[in-house]
Write a protein that binds this ligand. Structure first.
Ligand SMILES: [Zn+2]
Length: 65
């Protein structure tokens, strides 16, 4: 059994989703067009909604595969 190999595989699965989520978080911290302080991603600006949509696609896609 190789714990290192298993952990690397998990990281490969999670990395795209985490990266998409981080992009949305970082945008929200800098955005002055509605994303900062928004209670929902849908309340943010167009860019913020696109970044959130990309994250959701990653999450949903991984869940189905
Ligand atoms: Zn925004």
């Amino acid at each position: 059994m190789s714990g290192e190999r298993l952990r690397a595989a998990v990281q490969n699965i999670e990395a795209p989703m985490l990266r998409a989520y981080r992009l949305w978080v970082e945008h929200g911290q800098q955005c002055t067009d509605g994303c900062k302080g928004a209670s929902q991603a849908q309340d943010g600006c167009e860019t913020g909604r696109e970044l959130w949509g990309a994250y959701r696609l990653e999450r949903i896609g991984r869940g189905q595969s």
